[in-house]
Structure formats: C-alpha cells, structure tokens
Design a protein around this ligand. Sequence first.
Ligand SMILES: C[S@@+](CC[C@H](N)C(=O)[O-])C[C@H]1O[C@@H](n2cnc3c(N)ncnc32)[C@H](O)[C@@H]1O
Length: 206
Amino acid sequence: MADAFGQMLLGGTGLEIIERDDGFLDAVKMVYFAPVAEWPAVERRALRWVRGRVLDAGVGAGRAALELQRRGRSVVGIDISPGDSVGQFDTIVMFGNNFGLFGSPSKAKRLLRRLRPLADRIVAGSNDPYATEDSAHLAYQDHNRKRGRMPGQLRLRVRYRDLIGPWFDYLIVSPDEMATILEGTEWRIHRLLQQTGSGYYVAVLE
Ligand SMILES: C[S@@+](CC[C@H](N)C(=O)[O-])C[C@H]1O[C@@H](n2cnc3c(N)ncnc32)[C@H](O)[C@@H]1O
C-alpha cells in the first residue's frame, strides 16, 4: 500500500488531502512541520504536562519530539510500529489529534490497558466531533450512528498526487465520550485543556 502520508510530508506542498469513506474530501494546512509558536495554543500549554522520558506515539515529522528534546526531554518517536518493545516512559504524547489513532472504542480500551504498564501519563489531543455545524459532518455522524459506529469514528485515507494511502479508522471523541472509553481501564482524565474558539482539546490522562 502506498505511503501517501510519508510522501506528502516529503513533498512540501504544505497541504494534506484527506478522503472520508462518504467521498468527502478535505485539504487542510499541514501543521506537521510547524514551529512551536504556530502550534494550537492548547498543545503549547500541554507541554507543561509532559514529564520525564517521553514516547511520542504517531510522531509524524517529529515536531513535538524535537521541541521536547530541545527542552531537555529524552524522547522516543514511533510511527506505525508496535510500542511494546521500546521500554518504560513517564509520558506518552499523542499530539495532532492522535487520540484518534485508537481507531474504535473497543480498540482504544484494549490499547489503553496495554499502555498502562508502559507509562504513568498520556497527553493526548482530540477534536470534539460535535463542535461543528457543517451539514456534511453532521450527516456523516448520523450515518455512523445508524451503522453502529461512534459518531466521530471516521474512516479516512490520505491522498497525495497519484498515491492513495490505506483506509484507516480515526476516532474523534468528545471529552465525555473519552471518559466513557476510559471506564474499565486504569486511566482517568486528570486535566482537560481546551483550545478557545475550536473543538480541539488536549486531555492529560493518569
Ligand atoms: C495526524 S498525524 C500526527 C503527527 C504528529 N503527532 C503531529 O502532531 O505533528 C498522525 C501520525 O500517526 C501515524 N500513525 C498512524 N497509524 C499509526 C499506528 N498504528 N501506530 C503509530 N503511528 C501511527 C501516522 O503515520 C502519522 O504520522
């Protein structure tokens, strides 16, 4: 399967083209190389909650890993790779909406349980799926409810030039939904950092 995401990072167009399984196409300005001054304010605030040895899960181009290293942290970044052979961490960082990598509520529960012995804290970003009035997004959420998926469970793929990446599930949840998913795991939302004027937030899980 083509690594459309990787080639897109290398390609330097500055745009990320995402296709949803209802045919909805979006081109968004890439944040993957953004210096810390251009990050969502909520992620800058969340840096304060990152302590000790860090695992950056879904590191992408490494913007968070590099900034944390600059601040003296020891950071391991992984991308599409199992996290259970890389040792012990104090914080797992999942910036850039990466709570979404958990994919589905059942997979999220299973992976969160597996991550428990790996670290004491997870600092994870998510968009609130309900912070939209876009009729295409609201219709997609309804369609998801009807097929037994969470409203914000998106099936996406990345496109770049003639490359088409694999379909993957990206789980966008509200803070309440995140709290429900954590039930039955040892994780709890310790702190919620909200981005003003947008649905983006960062949750500190302990
Ligand atoms: C939305 S990007 C966020 C990148 C980075 N954290 C940032 O904020 O700039 C998601 C990243 O997760 C990676 N990814 C997707 N599935 C993954 C998996 N199963 N395990 C690890 N990384 C994954 C993608 O390749 C991509 O680099």
